[in-house]
Design a protein around this ligand. Structure first.
Ligand SMILES: [Zn+2]
Length: 354
């Protein structure tokens, strides 16, 4: 009940810890991709030189010619090998990060709970440990999810590299420039795999952290009454997460189910001190009110968060605060709360104006 200044500080510190693990993981992925490209760069330069040479009348060689070209085939073979290695590396790295964040859960959650109770309360005795098999099951599920998401990545990336060889450009007057441009394009395609790997890392590590947090909190039904959707209320946070901040949920509810790469937290809420048999006056909750915080922002910041259409729709009463967040269902991933699309906000504005 009583979210205190300490609760907020701990929630912020926890965010920094998780962000740190995520940032490190992403950096490792970026470095791995850069290293891999360095390994194959010279081969791609040679391949493109060869293909430019084979071009007649400015026409890129045909697919059949490309597949007979020696340097091109060597370049493709090494790219495919590097991509397979990278996919495997992504799996290992992200699973390790997911395991690491789940291991942080119990200690941070117990601190967050203690911060809401009087110093004199024997919090340690009230809390139950997280069963090992529950944690193991979460890591297992996360691993499966990461594996199933990273595998198509290598197939798609290998195909993209093949296309990079076949779909040439008109060979200009300066063959060297053409070859360089083609190498740049190939590198860009190669890095498409990195973008997907980073998204897998950001999403799956956060979800592993949330699942473990949910499991831990569910063990604490004697002390907890639920959890609060906890966003960082700044201009980098999306309209949906602003609208969801502060909403209270049952312990059995999963979440916060924010969008891919969302970073909202599931902050535990203790039962009232009276319910817990603590005979002291309980202070009010200091969890900031999202709407009041938003209203207090300078106009430029409001625009940065909502954009002009949603802001006008909100100010004109065409949509309510809760309407800023809508549920999206998708195949292959969990339901998620996302910002109301701008065109929907515009439609509400139009129908109000009529
Ligand atoms: Zn968001």
């Amino acid at each position: 009940m009583a979210v205190t200044r300490l609760t907020l500080r701990l929630a912020q510190q926890l965010r920094v810890v998780i962000d740190g693990i995520l940032d490190r993981t992403v950096r490792e992925l970026v470095e791995a991709w850069a290293r891999a490209w360095q390994v194959i760069d010279a081969e791609w330069v040679a391949a493109m030189d060869e293909l430019v040479e084979m071009s007649t009348d400015g026409q890129w060689p045909t697919a059949a010619q490309v597949f007979r070209a020696t340097a091109a085939q060597a370049a493709l073979a090494s790219a495919t090998r590097e991509i397979l290695d990278l996919s495997e590396f992504t799996g290992v790295t992200v699973v390790a990060a997911a395991r690491e964040v789940t291991e942080e859960v119990a200690v941070w959650q117990s601190r967050l709970i203690a911060s809401q109770l009087p110093r004199t309360a024997a919090v340690g005795a009230m809390l139950r440990p997280m069963p090992d098999q529950v944690l193991a099951a979460i890591v297992e599920r996360t691993t499966e999810q990461i594996e199933s998401r990273r595998q198509p990545l290598s197939v798609d990336a290998a195909e993209a590299m093949k296309q990079a060889l076949v779909r040439g450009i008109v060979v200009g007057e300066n063959p060297r420039v053409t070859a360089r441009r083609m190498v740049d394009r190939a590198e860009h395609r190669f890095n498409g795999g990195l973008t997907r790997a980073m998204s897998i890392a950001r999403t799956e590590v956060m979800d592993a952290h949330r699942s473990a947090t949910a499991a831990y909190q569910l063990e604490q039904t004697d002390v907890l009454r639920g959890w609060a959707w906890h966003a960082k209320l700044d201009t980098r946070t999306c309209p949906s997460c602003w609208a969801k901040h502060g909403t209270e949920h049952e312990l059995t509810e999963t979440g916060p189910d924010d969008h891919p790469q969302g970073r909202c937290a599931r902050t535990p809420l203790t039962k009232s001190w009276a319910e817990l048999g603590i005979d002291l006056d309980e202070p009010d909750s200091l969890l900031p009110d999202a709407r009041a915080s938003f209203d207090a922002l300078p106009r430029g910041d409001k625009l940065r968060v909502l954009g002009p259409v949603r802001l006008k729709a909100l100010e004109d009463g065409a949509i309510g605060w809760e309407d800023l967040s809508v549920l999206r269902t998708s195949d292959g991933w969990r339901d998620s709360w996302v910002p109301v699309p701008v065109q929907d906000a515009r439609r509400s504005l139009v129908s109000v104006a009529r």
